[in-house]
Design a protein around this ligand. Structure first.
Ligand SMILES: N[C@@H](CCC(=O)N[C@@H](CS)C(=O)NCC(=O)O)C(=O)O
Length: 94
């Protein structure tokens, strides 16, 4: 179904998709009763596409970079406190 084995993955009657933003575009194109969610007017649609690309290419990317960086720092700080705890409380030598 999805060779990347990521979620979300979608099965629309045998038509398989991954990539969440492409799914949203497909679902709006196929099932929307009007064009309020995904406008047909090129300029209006461009605004929606611009926000989808911003989410994918800028926001998500930078958020994950920040998360990984913070998580790495947190792990390092935790290991320092573990060493201090073991030295002071458990009595292990530094
Ligand atoms: N660009 C993809 C990202 C998909 C993705 O990375 N999904 C994550 C969960 S949010 C996942 O399945 N990770 C597991 C993995 O990469 O093995 C989308 O928007 O759907």
């Amino acid at each position: 179904m999805n060779i990347q084995h990521t979620i979300p993955t979608m099965d629309d009657n045998g038509f398989y998709m991954n990539e969440s933003r492409a799914m949203l575009q497909y679902l709006a194109n196929k099932y929307s009763k009007d064009d309020s969610l995904y406008p047909k007017d090129p300029k209006q649609r461009a605004i929606v596409d611009m926000r989808l690309m911003f989410d994918q290419g800028t926001f998500y990317h930078r958020f994950m970079q920040a998360y990984v960086s913070l998580n790495t720092k947190f792990t390092r700080i935790k290991s320092i406190f573990t060493i201090i705890f073991e030295a002071l409380i458990v009595g292990r030598r530094l």
